[in-house]
Design a protein around this ligand. Structure first.
Ligand code: HPA
Ligand code: ZN
Length: 326
């Protein structure tokens, strides 16, 4: 079998996908029309042309603007359904999906509207395709810890609908330790914990995400290689990084795919997974990420199998469910 076929056909789990980042320009325009929301772009083409990012912040500005068309439970359902359909086509058997409630509650959209719409789409995917899904609620790190606590309060009546807590948005200047107390409470409540760290920010943020927040996986984490001792620790402790290759190129973490440090991380023994991050904005879904990475770095069939195994091993699913895939 050729490597592209293997990559496309192998069952996999996706562990780093922001549901608001799966909103395609066509759906943004359709929802804007349905909800009579004014967009500052005249057409799908004009919006797509604005997707020329220089760094994380330049992306986030457009990503939050795109999310402004989401108003009703059906909007959240349609967005999530579209992602799950694409993921199913890419042989994703399990998806752990981030959502950013503060992006919506800040605009007057109820927490219930957002989580109920997303959750109903996950239930349908389970029933229809036997594809499992779970939600990870992210705090926006450019906002205060107090606002994170307020969001947790809003979320707790729905705690059976999400399994974990994450940390995303503008990384530089917003270290993990800013959220030490709210993560401690989430930990006591029994949630799984993850955080974006070492995407644009320094390796020290990876260390404090582990030591202060007690996260179980690191989202991105690619900048760990700037610190040899940290890299060795990640390898030794088998802490999985959820790497997003196309995202890293679009947001200029690396200049081009051949410059990506993925192969160096593998050689250092770090446990890696491949994910799409914000597929509607970064040029592709999970299989596009696998193909771009493997084409640029001449990785092998054995790497492909290992990455698929890693994705299930690092997932927040029970051992019996993992056994099916490992
Ligand atoms: N990094 C930080 N925050 C985000 C991202 C990302 O890649 N995507 C959506 N929110
Ligand atoms: Zn992300």
């Amino acid at each position: 079998d050729n490597i592209h076929t293997i990559l496309r056909q192998m069952p996999k789990a996706e562990l780093h996908i922001h549901i608001e980042g799966s909103l395609e320009p066509e759906l943004i325009f359709a929802l804007a029309e349905r909800n009579r929301v004014e967009l500052k772009y005249a057409s799908v083409e004009e919006l797509r042309r604005a997707y020329a990012f220089t760094d994380l912040q330049s992306f986030l500005d457009i990503y939050y603007a795109g999310a402004s068309v989401l108003l009703t439970e059906q909007d959240f359902y349609d967005m999530t359904r579209a992602y799950l359909q694409r993921a199913h086509a890419d042989k994703v058997r399990h998806a752990e999906i981030f959502f950013d409630p503060q992006t919506h509650t800040e605009r007057g959209v109820e927490f219930a509207t957002c989580i109920n719409g997303i959750h109903r789409a996950l239930e349908d995917a389970k029933a229809q395709w036997d594809m499992s899904g779970a939600l990870i609620m992210c705090f926006l790190r450019h906002l205060s810890e107090e606002e994170a606590f307020a969001t947790l309060e809003l979320a707790l009546p729905y705690r059976d609908k999400f399994i974990g807590i994450g940390l995303d948005s503008s990384e530089r200047g917003h270290p993990p330790e800013k959220f030490a107390r709210v993560f401690a409470q989430c930990r006591e409540l029994g949630f799984h914990l993850v955080a974006h760290a070492g995407e644009e920010g320094p390796p020290a943020y990876i260390s404090t995400a582990l030591d202060v927040l007690h996260v179980e996986r690191i989202d991105h984490g690619v900048r760990c290689l700037d610190d040899a001792a940290l890299t060795q620790r990640l390898a030794r402790e088998k802490i999985a990084l959820t790497v997003c290759p196309l995202s890293n190129i679009k947001l200029r973490v690396f200049d081009c795919m051949p410059e990506h440090n993925f192969a160096k991380l593998l050689d250092a023994g770090v446990t890696l997974t491949v994910n799409s991050d914000d597929p509607a904005y970064f040029g592709g879904y999970i299989n596009d990420n696998f193909l771009a990475l493997f084409d640029a770095l001449s990785l092998t069939q054995e790497h492909a199998r290992q990455l698929a195994r890693n994705s299930f091993a690092a997932a927040f699913i029970d051992t019996a469910a993992k056994q099916k895939y490992l």
